[in-house]
Structures are given as C-alpha cells and as structure tokens.
Design a protein around this ligand. Structure first.
Ligand SMILES: *Cc1c(COP(=O)(O)O)cnc(C)c1O
Length: 372
C-alpha cells in the first residue's frame, strides 16, 4: 500500500490518526458510552413496521427536510425540557457528529477558528480540522470544570467563530451551569464586534443523564446559541445514527446551505420515528442507569479511587501513575474501558448491574496488582 503521506492529501491531515475507540471482543465492553440494554422487542416490532412502510416507497428520495421526524423531535424536547420548540427550530442528521460537521461547514471553515475547553470530546477538534477550521484549546480547572473568568478571557483573546461547551462533558462527566453558559455567550458576542457574534454550541449528548435541567431553554432570544443532542446514548440507539439540534430557525436555514441533499435516509427517519414513540420506555432505562452511575461513583470512591462527579452515563476515575498500564491490566481481566489521554485517569461507561460488578472487581484486582 502507498503510504498515506505520498498522496496529495491536505497538509493539515498529514501524519494524523483517525478517531478510534478500540472495538475489541471482550466480555465487558464499557468504553464508548453506549446504552447496555438491547432494544426492547416491542420496539423492534414497531421499527419493522415503520421500516416496511418506508421500504415500499424507497423508489423515491426521502423527505429531504425530514419534517415528520423533526416535528417528533420538537415534541420530545418540549415535553422533556418544559421549553416549547417547534419543528423549524430543530434539525436532524446522521449522528450529532454530522450535525456538528454541518455547523462547522456553515459557521467555521478556512480562516475561521473554533474554541473548546479540554479535556473534552475529541471530535470537536477533529471535525474542526476536517472542515479546515482552526482549533483553539481553552482551559479547565484541576477539577475539570470550566473556570468562568479564564474561559471568558480565552474568548476575548482568541475571538473564535465557534465556541464548544460540552455539558455534561465527555470524558470528565462534569456539567456546566447556566450562568457560565450565559457568560460565555456574552463574551462570544462581545469578542466579535462588526460581525454577528460567535456561534456557541452546547453539546448535550448526555443531557438525559444529568442531575441538572437541560440548557436548552437558553436558546430563547439568543440566535447564535445551539444545543445538540443524540439518540446514541440515552435512547440506546448508537447503531441508528441520529443526532439533532435545537436553535433559532435561522440556524436551521443556515445548515441547509451545506447539508447534502437527502442526507437522512427514509430508513433512518422511519427507525428514529419508531424509537421516539418508545421514548418513555427508553427513558425508564435511563433512570436505572443513573442509579447505577451513582453506585459506580460511590463504590469507586470506597475502593480508594479518585472519582470525578458525573452527570453523564460514565465515570472518570483514577489516579493511576500510568493510566495506559492500568487500562491494559483491566483488559486482561476482561473489562474494556476508555483511556482518553487524561493523565492518570480512565473513563468507564455505566453498564448493566452485572457488568458494573465485574468492572468493580477488576478495579480491586488491578489496584492490588499495582500496589504489589
Ligand atoms: C457520543 C457523543 C456524541 C454523539 O455522537 P453521535 O454521532 O450522535 O453518535 C456527541 N457528543 C458527545 C460529547 C458525545 O460523547
């Protein structure tokens, strides 16, 4: 095979590695924040019905604007956040990663920059790079929170075109309060005089797992504040590939300038529609997962680990002198967790009760091995 760098590839992609959490076949897989529960059988049947209907009409392109699905997503958001949003304020794509890419295609791009607060979701930086948007890494505190004053100062200094706020944050699990989002939004507006202010993207992939209310109501009266969501985590539908955003309807019009025509297949739209009909069932699993997440925090602390408080369906824990070594040792015990490159820390996704027990046993064993 020709070395990739011998190809006429863009300079900023030379020598880079793709996103990739290992997909290893081990007994306990707790590394990609998926929902551990399989799709319930009655939802499988509903999906089959809706997909059959969609298949009959598959000689035609799908509804390009996914109006039925966006209407359902708007209902779901309005019902669960108490803030009324309409279908014109909602946009959907193949995973929230595609939503983020469309936002960067429309609001970032060559000559523009995006700023996020690391450690955070690595795809924010990767999608920025993929769209030719410069990446600026902003600060976090020792406790992995966003320091309001430092963050405002970073925005004033760098004057980014896009600001990412991930809440609850991946991989740390920490949530961001409303006042901080508002302060960052104000700073982003003030830093961009003569233009129209930066786009502030609040990535709420884990909102359903949080102790705090959604930040979605903040979009009201703030035309450059966007909240992104996904069906990959709380809805237990990572294999579906469905993400969405809520914002001022003008933002939805803007992403339509860059989206590929018919980007969301009729099959995807039909499947997502069926899943949304089962929202209450699926949110029932979320309640169980939150209880298990809280148990993980308690038990890891009791074992003697340093644990970061979590508002998501995963927990960051440590400290290890060598996190990579601890990751390998856990794998030898049949448990796959995630090494996000945060020094001394690893991240575990909340699994079923049995999976979590197996994980906790493995942590006890590894700590014993290391201390010997
Ligand atoms: C998992 C995750 C996503 C979701 O990506 P999809 O493309 O919808 O599967 C988005 N943001 C964060 C922070 C995530 O952890």
């Amino acid at each position: 095979m020709t070395p990739i760098d011998d190809l006429p590839i863009r300079d900023e992609l030379r020598g880079k590695t793709p996103y990739g959490a290992p997909q290893l076949d081990v007994p306990v897989r707790l590394n990609t924040n998926e929902n551990p529960y399989p799709v319930p059988e009655d939802l499988v049947r509903r999906i089959t019905e809706r997909v059959s209907d969609a298949a009959r009409g598959m000689n035609r392109y799908p509804d390009r604007d996914a109006v039925v699905l966006r209407t359902q997503l708007a209902h779901y958001l309005s019902r669960t956040t108490g803030h009324q949003v309409g279908p014109t304020q909602v946009w959907a794509a193949n995973g929230s990663n595609e939503v983020l890419q469309q936002l960067l295609q429309a609001f970032g791009g060559p000559g523009r920059t995006a700023l996020g607060f690391d450690p955070s979701y690595s795809m924010h930086a990767l999608i920025s790079r993929g769209t030719g948007t410069g990446w600026i890494s902003g600060p976090r505190t020792e406790e992995f929170n966003i320091d309001r004053a430092a963050a405002v100062a970073a925005i004033a200094e760098h004057r980014p075109d896009v600001v990412f706020i991930c809440s609850p944050n991946n991989p740390t699990g920490t949530a961001v309060d409303e006042e901080t989002v508002l302060a960052l939004y104000e700073a982003a507006q003030a830093a961009a005089p003569g233009r129209h202010g930066a786009l502030v993207v609040v990535d709420e992939a884990y909102a359903e797992f949080s102790h705090r209310p959604s930040l979605l109501p903040l979009i009201e009266g703030r035309p450059t504040l966007v909240v992104t969501r996904t069906m990959s985590k709380a809805f237990g539908a990572a294999g579906l590939r469905l993400g969405y955003l809520a914002a001022d309807a003008a933002v939805v019009d803007a992403v339509q300038l860059v989206r590929l025509p018919y980007h969301l297949s009729a099959i995807t739209q039909a499947t997502a529609h069926a899943a949304l009909e089962f929202a209450d069932t699926l949110l029932g699993y979320v309640a169980e997962l939150k209880a298990e997440r809280d148990r993980l925090v308690t038990e890891l602390t009791d074992i003697g680990c340093e644990v970061t408080e979590s508002d998501a369906n995963f927990v960051q824990f440590g400290r290890f002198d060598d996190a990579q070594d601890a990751w390998r040792r856990l794998l030898e015990h049949g448990v796959l967790v995630r090494d996000n490159g945060v020094p001394g820390r690893l991240r575990v996704t909340t699994g079923t009760r049995a999976e979590n027990d197996a994980f906790l046993d493995a942590v006890r064993a590894v700590r014993k091995e290391i201390s010997q």
